[in-house]
Ligand binder design. Structure first.
Ligand SMILES: [Zn+2]
Length: 279
């Protein structure tokens, strides 16, 4: 073998070794990409499951479904614990307002309100007591993260709004044949007189609607199981109408405080009975 032939052989061996190394590196890169890629695929397919579950559960609008998916993806592990832990379980508000406990004449209706962000609103009214808003927000966020179609229908109402609603209900009763002398009292079991509604305090709200069909929804079932953990009770139970003066309203939820809500539910009392019991 000549010197020149030896040199060519050496160069060919070197090129072959280089080619093997390059192929090995490319194979390694392809392998790494395929492993990482398959992890991503797993995540996105689980998100698709969440999304289709949400869509089939109560058919919220697509933007609501999207925001539910976003929040469940970003808060998947910590949302419930985090939001609950920031809430003070001892904070309470037992202000009693009903047909025979009106708000004082000099009550400051506008005194302690905040505006609820649009994404939580289902009706036209948007204000709530600012101290209870963190509790309501946590409840709505956690319910949404679990795929529940939930939103604020009617929160705080001014004296004027309550007056308008009450007068409308009186006219409805008269139109339904109730004598004028009885129409106001009948109307008051359905819509409180101005100054005697919990809505005037900003401590209560109607959720999703003000309609008896609400009792059949997943949102109602979720609230029955979870609302006390955020300080809310269903204020007007069917069996308590004599004590509350208000018909059964599955949609009307009142903030009392987390510990108090648990206690009231454990005792099976309405707020009127609980306040009497605590005296
Ligand atoms: Zn209500």
């Amino acid at each position: 073998m000549t010197r020149r032939e030896k040199a060519i052989l050496k160069r060919n061996i070197f090129l072959a070794v280089c080619a093997v190394i390059i192929i090995a590196v490319i194979a390694l890169i392809v392998y790494i990409i395929s492993v990482v890629g398959s992890d991503n695929n797993t995540e996105s397919s689980s998100q698709q499951v969440t999304s289709s579950e949400i869509n089939s559960s109560e058919a919220p609008s697509s933007s609501e479904a999207l925001s539910s998916v976003e929040s469940s993806a970003s808060n998947a592990t910590s949302s419930k614990e985090n939001t609950k832990h920031k809430l003070d379980p001892d904070y309470k508000n037992l202000m009693l307002v009903n047909g025979w406990n009106p708000l004082p004449k000099d009550y400051d209706y506008e005194g302690n309100l905040t505006t609820i962000p649009k994404k939580y609103i289902k009706g036209s009214l948007t204000q709530i007591d600012k101290d209870i808003w963190p509790y309501l927000k946590a409840m709505l966020d956690d319910a949404k993260a679990e795929g529940i179609d939930i939103g604020v229908w009617s929160p705080y109402r001014s004296y004027a709004t309550q007056k308008w609603l009450f007068e409308k209900q009186v006219k409805k009763q008269i139109a339904n044949g109730v004598p004028e002398s009885e129409a106001e009292d009948k109307a008051a079991t359905i819509v409180a007189r101005p100054g005697t509604s919990e809505h005037n305090t900003g401590l209560a709200l109607d959720i999703n609607c003000a309609n008896h069909s609400f009792a059949k929804t997943k949102a109602f079932k979720w609230l029955q199981e979870n609302a006390e953990d955020y300080g809310f009770i269903m204020r007007y139970a069917e069996e308590k109408q004599e004590k509350t003066g208000v018909i059964y309203e599955s949609w009307h939820w009142r903030f009392v405080g987390i510990n108090v809500a648990h206690e009231i539910n454990d005792l099976g009392m309405c707020l009127e009975e609980y306040i009497e019991y605590k005296k």
